[in-house]
Structure formats: structure tokens, C-alpha cells
Write a protein that binds this ligand. Structure first.
Ligand code: P6P
Length: 336
């Protein structure tokens, strides 16, 4: 008999049953996010056949030109999540401030943060992109919700994941009990468990970094990459391969599937910024997934999940993936 397909709902119910690992409201939240990702996948897959490509002629809080699909994905996530009663508020890369659930709906105990469509520079050239999401609990002890309630270290997340819109539409998720992957079965219209307990190999021969920024890097990152480039004749004694898709969700997915190290370090192009990537809804969810899969994630000096955020759209330097490689590049930043 063919192996029984386990749906996302069944997986979450069984996790919930296992000593109440997932409270009912969190399970509902994750199912709603998954349904929203299915809708985003449909919009992404339209391409030129739908009025979804190209620029929206607007900028987001980061000062980046928004693609039409950035805005569509953001709206899909807001509309899907605002009425269910599981959320108090949402935060998005595409919105300057938090979105508080309107009074016409019940407010819940969770906070949802997301990059609705990461890697959007790839949309118009048909390269994989994705949605990244992070879930926190709203702090107790005061009525209502404000931006400060979101400013929690990544170690406080209760769920994190992404959905990658590529050759397959795949949802990757952790609730603190390992990393599971669900592939969208378009005939059934549901996500089906296809991998669980994903583990990142501790060693790798593959690094991901935007090499065009090399002259702007700090010395420890330059040393690490130079040693990789020196290959088997150099101090590492082995040859390395390089990948850079310019879509964090896709580069991280590859690392979860076969190992590797992803780096987007601080560089001197904008010395006042700690890095390009955002802490709350890119680095934190990806770092938790990587740690749950046996990998490591630092900003070169400290564990990303320990960073106490000062503002919602805070940026951070990111080095994550195969544990032994991240340990090495982190050690180069702080020689004993
Ligand atoms: P660059 C996409 O815009 C993103 O935020 C990440 O998904 C990706 O890793 C990075 O920026 C790519 O940046 O400077 O190489 O275009």
C-alpha cells in the first residue's frame, strides 16, 4: 500500500496532541498562513498571464521599489489572518508600522511577522521566491498591542517557517520540535508531509555570498571566503562551490536540503547599518529553522536568536548554515 499521505492539518493535530505541543490557536494560525501561501503561490504562478509582474511604482519602508506581487502577497496574508481571532497584530517588511487586528474582529494572543515575498528581484525573471514568517506570543499584563510588543529576541519565537514558490511549492516549518517540510499537492489542494526531522550536515563545500561586495567586507569574512577560494591548495585542503540566488528563502532551503553556509555580512557600503537583511522577519525565522535542523546562525559575533531588537525593521549581519563552517567564520571575528 502506498505510504499514507499526512496532511499539514493532521501533522499539526498530532503535534498538538503530543503533550499539547501546539495550542489550538497556534495550530489555527499556522493552517491559515499555509492557506494564504497557497493563494500567493497561485498568484506567483500566473506570471505574465496575470497582472502581477513588474513594479507597483511605490517604495516600502526599506526604501525599496515594491513589486506588484510584494503588495498582493502582503494583502493576502493580512486578509487571511485578521478575522480568525488568533492574532493581536501583524508586522510586515512591506508596512511601516504594525497592523493591529481591527476592533470588528476578536483579538488573539499571537503576533505574526512576515516578509510576504522575499527575493522579489527574482519575480520578473522566473526564479524561486518565497514567504518567510515568524510567530511570537503577545506579552501579557497590558491591554491592547503596540510595536514594542514585537521587540522580542528570536529565541522567543513559538513558530517559524517559509513557503518557497519554485518548481514545487513547499512549506518548511518548526514549532520547536525539529523541522518538517510539506509539499503542495495541487490535485488535493493541500500541503502533504514530505520530510521531517531535517538535519543540516555539520560540514559543507558550498558557500553562498554576493561576491560582488567582496571589496566592502570586513577582514574576517574576507579571510573566510579567501580560504574557501584557495580550495585544496589552501588552508582548508578542499575545493568549495559557490551559489548565490539573491533570494534568501531559496538559498536557505538549499542549505536545509544539502548543507552549506549563507553569508550576508555587514559591509562598508552603508557602515551605519549592521547588515542588509532584517532581523525580525528574515534572520530570526531562518535562524531558528537552521538551529532546529542542527545548524548554527550568528551575526559574526553572537547568536542571532539572542539579539534583543531595538526597532521593528532592524537589520542584521547574517551567517548561517552548516555548524562547523559558521563556527569557523564566527571564530575569525573574535580570535581567542
Ligand atoms: P543582493 C532579497 O532582496 C534579499 O532580501 C534576500 O532574499 C537576498 O538574500 C538578498 O536580499 C540579496 O541581496 O544584494 O545580493 O541583491
Amino acid at each position: 500500500m502506498s505510504q499514507q499521505k499526512i496532511s499539514l492539518t493532521r501533522y499539526l493535530v498530532e503535534q498538538q496532541r503530543a503533550d499539547g505541543h501546539i495550542p489550538g490557536q497556534l495550530r489555527l494560525l499556522l493552517e491559515v498562513v499555509a492557506r494564504a501561501c497557497k493563494r500567493i503561490s497561485q498568484a506567483v504562478n500566473k506570471g505574465d498571464l496575470g497582472d502581477v509582474l513588474g513594479s507597483a511604482e511605490s517604495e516600502n519602508v526599506q526604501g525599496e521599489v515594491q513589486k506588484k506581487l510584494d503588495i498582493i502577497a502582503n494583502e493576502v496574508l493580512i486578509e487571511a489572518n485578521e478575522w480568525g481571532g488568533h492574532l493581536a497584530a501583524m508586522a510586515s517588511e512591506e508596512m511601516d508600522s504594525i497592523y493591529v487586528v481591527p476592533n470588528r474582529y476578536p483579538q488573539g494572543e499571537y503576533l505574526l511577522l512576515f516578509d510576504p515575498l522575499d527575493g522579489s528581484s527574482n519575480i520578473d525573471v522566473n526564479v524561486s521566491i518565497g514567504t518567510i514568517f515568524s510567530v511570537l506570543k503577545k506579552p501579557e499584563g497590558h491591554p491592547g498591542v503596540q510595536e514594542a510588543d514585537f521587540l522580542q529576541a528570536g529565541a522567543k519565537q513559538v513558530a517559524a517557517g517559509y513557503c518557497i514558490y519554485g518548481p514545487q511549492t513547499t512549506l518548511v516549518l518548526t514549532v520547536g520540535d525539529g523541522v518538517a517540510m510539506f509539499t503542495l499537492d495541487r490535485e488535493q489542494g493541500s500541503f502533504v508531509l514530505t520530510k521531517e526531522n531535517i538535519q543540516i550536515p555539520a560540514d559543507t563545500k558550498e558557500f553562498a555570498i554576493n561576491m560582488s561586495n567582496m571589496r566592502h567586507w570586513d577582514a574576517p569574512v574576507k579571510r573566510y571566503i579567501d580560504e574557501c577560494l584557495a580550495g585544496s591548495e589552501g588552508p582548508r585542503g578542499k575545493d568549495f562551490n559557490m551559489r548565490w540566488i539573491a533570494s534568501m528563502v531559496t538559498d536557505v532551503h538549499r542549505i536545509l536540503m544539502r548543507g552549506g553556509i549563507f553569508l550576508y555580512p555587514w559591509d562598508k557600503r552603508e557602515p551605519g547599518k549592521p547588515g542588509k537583511l532584517r532581523l525580525m522577519y528574515e534572520a530570526n525565522p531562518m535562524s531558528w529553522l537552521v538551529e532546529q535542523a542542527g545548524g548554527m546562525a550568528t551575526n559574526g559575533r553572537e547568536r542571532i536568536l539572542d539579539i534583543e531588537p531595538g526597532k521593528l525593521h532592524e537589520r542584521v549581519s547574517v551567517m548561517l548554515g552548516s555548524k562547523n563552517e559558521v563556527e569557523r567564520v564566527t571564530r575569525y571575528h573574535d580570535p581567542l
